[in-house]
Design a protein around this ligand. Structure first.
Ligand code: PGA
Length: 214
């Protein structure tokens, strides 16, 4: 099974999101080979859930609060997200950079997600980032490759995977300027289980062109 995670970041309004699915769903999905996980901004989760209810597509949050619930203005906790998403991206380099998220906070997010049956997709920028024991899905995203058009070579990604010393059965994703031209080179390795896709996930045709490589 290959994973295709779309990270829309702070993009799209409701109409644009629904149009995205109108186009994306016109094509046959490789259901038995691809796990498709769409991570839109929070307010779009429920209307998208309605839109994809008969499809084999999963939803993820782009983040999750370190607090389960309570008096934390602006936060969205695991208790709220439970039943809406199956996955949550945790520790994306943009969260680490712009919101100063550090290991102890990220590990708490993992604990809360797991407690409410939300599977973390834990992002690592390099070997220096620590991995929480409870994490099963890792996304390696070198900072210089994100949004730059300079995707990391397959060889370097595989080398880094070895350095991470992941536990057995970990799902290992690559992210950073993945597009329909470079995606197949990663998938030719059985060591890379899929992608976290930013820019190329914003266009339904571009994203489909990656998913169909599963
Ligand atoms: P990119 O973003 O595909 O635009 O490089 C990846 C990410 O930030 O998750």
């Amino acid at each position: 099974m290959r994973y295709f995670v779309a990270n829309w970041k702070a993009n799209k309004n409701l109409n644009q999101a629904l149009q995205w699915f109108d186009i994306f769903l016109k094509q046959p999905l490789p259901n038995d080979r691809a796990k498709i996980i769409i991570c839109p901004p929070y307010p779009l989760l429920l209307p998208i859930k309605e839109k994809i209810k008969n499809q084999n597509i999963f939803l993820g949050a782009q983040d999750i609060s370190a607090f389960e619930s309570g008096s934390y203005t602006g936060e969205v906790g695991a208790k709220t997200l439970k039943g809406i998403v199956d996955y949550a991206i945790i520790g994306h380099s943009e969260r680490r950079k712009y919101f100063n998220e550090r290991n102890h906070v990220l590990f708490q997010k993992v604990v809360n997600a797991k407690k409410h049956l939300i599977e973390p997709i834990f992002c690592l920028r390099s070997q220096k980032d620590q991995i929480s024991e409870e994490v099963n899905i890792i996304a390696y995203e070198p900072i210089y490759a994100i949004g730059s058009g300079n995707n990391e070579s397959v060889e370097k990604v595989l080398e880094m995977k070895k350095n991470f010393l992941l536990k057995n059965n970990s799902i290992f994703l690559y992210g950073g300027s993945v597009n329909n031209k470079n995606a197949s080179s990663y998938l030719s390795s059985s060591e890379i289980d899929g992608f976290l896709v930013g820019t190329a996930s914003l266009d339904p045709q571009d994203f489909y062109a990656i998913v169909r490589l599963a």
